[in-house]
Design a protein around this ligand. Structure first.
Ligand code: ATP
Length: 198
């Protein structure tokens, strides 16, 4: 049997303990053999004033997942034409990796709730199913049947944190040490990221 890969995309600006926690739930779900994390670039019209640069987000992501088995980080979306289209990334990875299966795209419950707004989302669920982790504050009760038919929830203890929350706390001059891995906080400090109040 080919190894089953779960793809997990995000802007990770910055990566936080909620991401680490859902990654763990995906990997231990029994539904995939490996998790490939896709660092998504911002659309070209967004200036670096609006967000941390790709290289910094990558550095933080690598630190956050150091030593995590069965997980790798891919920068493929930064190399493919922009803006990134999830379906194109999935098709590209399938084509380049014929020895692997790609049964799932992994996401938090808020992403499931807004999935119908994703570009070419119908095509995405022709390629993969959705592996979803519960998220505090998210509500997927309005999600249409044709999407839910392609959705599977993993067992997960919800963790209330978002990148926005982290940036807000940092903007107030505080350190969100309970929400972000120490190694990531180290990079944020070293590189003086998220100093501006958002
Ligand atoms: P923002 O505050 O900018 O919206 P975010 O915290 O949602 O950021 P992203 O990088 O946009 O972070 O998220 C990547 C993926 O991780 C998405 O599928 C999102 O639903 C999921 N995710 C992020 N945080 C959590 C969380 N605390 N619980 C469950 N899923 C989460």
């Amino acid at each position: 049997m080919k190894p089953r890969i779960g793809l997990f995309g995000g802007t990770f600006d910055p990566v936080h303990s909620g991401h680490v926690s859902i990654a763990h739930s995906f990997i231990t779900s029994g539904k995939i053999d490996e998790l490939w994390v896709l660092l998504t670039p911002y659309p070209p019209h967004k200036t670096e004033k609006d967000h941390a640069p790709y290289t910094m987000r990558l550095k933080m992501l690598q630190q956050a997942f150091t030593g995590v088995d069965r997980l790798k980080i891919l920068t493929i979306e930064n190399e493919l034409p922009k803006p990134s289209y999830t379906v194109k990334t999935i098709k590209f990875l399938k084509e380049k990796n014929p020895d692997f299966d790609f049964p799932y795209f992994c996401m938090g419950e808020d992403s499931l709730a807004s999935f119908h707004k994703w570009r070419l989302h119908e095509e995405i669920i022709e390629e993969v199913e959705l592996l979803v982790a519960e998220r505090p504050g998210a509500n997927h009760s309005e999600v249409k049947e044709y999407i839910l038919d392609k959705t599977l929830f993993v067992e997960h203890v919800p963790f209330d944190v978002s990148s926005t929350m982290v940036k807000e706390i940092m903007g107030d001059g505080e350190v969100p040490s309970h929400l972000v891995p120490d190694e990531v906080l180290g990079i944020i400090e070293e590189e003086a990221l998220y100093k501006q109040k958002k």
